[in-house]
Design a protein around this ligand. Structure first.
Ligand SMILES: COc1ccc(Cl)c(-c2nnc3c(C)nc4ccc(C(=O)NCC(C)C)cc4n23)c1
Ligand SMILES: [Mg+2]
Ligand SMILES: [Zn+2]
Length: 342
């Protein structure tokens, strides 16, 4: 159990500024999941520091460490929607901020809202999706199903809880107006992580790619923040095949567990949750082709430095097509042996 004092204790300012986890830490090729648990905490602090957000918003180191530890504690341990996912999502947003120079397109307020939304965006996820909340009439569904995006509203509510825990409010030194604006941005960015919401704004995002970004438009700024959030949420697809393959194993482990639970409850699971009916390579090809790739394409259209990331997602898609052929040729009826993923 890492205690906040021993973390803050050994981060003298000079070490924090020189702290390097890997010389590629701020490059798109870096795989954040490879960082060890203790370094993930320090890396979160480093990312706020490196983007100049600690000094800009007068964040006390004790508060920042306490906040990060509370966020980590807020995550449960389902196969995929856990702290490691949250960290990798925040890391990709940091890469966007650094490599696309977002700081001269977005305000510091928007950037700290994006980074904080990323680390908090799935907090207290139970490893079951929105459909399951509604079908099982879960407590979260009774709270939020009338507005939709049940899980995402809960993730935001948990974020507010963490920020209002004494000693954890990293925005405590903000002017009241800025504080209100930051919370509102975080809410909208976390709500944007609902796949259904992303699909709804896709036409506006493609319009952005075609006609360019007008940064004096508040709607365009919110669209860009939502796109950065989704690109970060799916960023395991932008790394090498090993990461993409391993992530799929975790996602389908979680999806199939939900399906097993639905069967025990007497409900027929959707194909994506049914280990006896799902064809993982096919589902992955569908998801990447229809959801991930179009999103990365828009970002690559807006920022030339992002083309290399788009191309890596394309390469992973091609690899899935090879795996699908292999999968079908072996007539693998089910996915218990997800180890077919060479
Ligand atoms: C942006 O919010 C989320 C929330 C939850 C998840 Cl797991 C993901 C996510 N992150 N990476 C993946 C990969 C590699 N494959 C996926 C395949 C299917 C689905 C899915 O939810 N399909 C049903 C829907 C389209 C009606 C999500 C997948 N996914 C993203
Ligand atoms: Mg989510
Ligand atoms: Zn997520």
């Amino acid at each position: 159990k890492v205690d906040k004092d021993d973390i803050v204790g050994n981060i003298p300012d000079k070490q924090l500024t020189l702290q390097q986890f890997d010389e590629n830490f701020d490059k798109f090729c870096y795989p954040p999941r490879s960082l060890c648990p203790d370094h993930k905490i320090k890396a979160c602090i480093w990312m706020y520091e490196d983007l100049g957000l600690i000094s800009k918003f007068h964040i006390s180191m004790h508060t920042l460490v306490h906040f990060i530890l509370m966020v980590r504690k807020g995550y449960r341990e389902p196969p995929y929607h856990n702290w490691d996912h949250a960290f990798s999502v925040m890391h990709h947003a940091y890469l966007l901020a650094k490599n696309l120079e977002l700081n001269d397109k977005l305000s510091d307020l928007e950037i700290i809202a994006l980074l904080t939304a990323c680390i908090c965006h799935d907090v207290d996820h139970r490893g079951t999706n929105n459909a399951f909340q509604v079908n099982s009439k879960s407590a979260l569904a009774s709270l939020y199903s009338s507005e939709g995006s049940v899980l995402e509203r809960h993730h935001f509510a948990q974020t507010v809880c963490i920020l209002s825990t004494s000693g954890c409010n990293i925005f405590e030194n903000m002017k009241r107006k800025d504080y209100a604006q930051t919370l509102d941005l975080i809410k909208n960015i976390i709500l944007a992580t609902d796949v259904a919401t992303h699909l709804q704004i896709m036409p506006q995002l493609e319009d952005l790619a075609k006609n360019g970004l007008n940064l004096s438009s508040k709607n365009h700024r919110m669209l860009l923040l939502s796109l950065c959030m989704t690109a970060s949420d799916l960023s395991d697809q932008t790394k090498n095949w090993k990461t993409t393959k391993n992530t799929s194993k975790l996602i389908y482990k979680e999806f199939f567990s939900q399906g097993d639970l639905e069967k025990r409850m007497g409900n027929l699971p959707a194909i994506i949750n049914d280990r006896e009916r799902a064809c993982v390579p096919q589902l992955q090809i569908n998801f990447i082709e229809h959801i991930a790739l179009p999103a990365y394409k828009v970002l690559a259209n807006l920022f030339a430095e992002y083309i290399e990331v788009y191309e890596r997602v394309q390469r992973n898609l091609k690899r899935w097509r090879l795996v699908e052929k292999e999968f079908l040729s072996r007539g693998l009826p089910n996915n218990d042996s997800l180890d077919f993923l060479t």
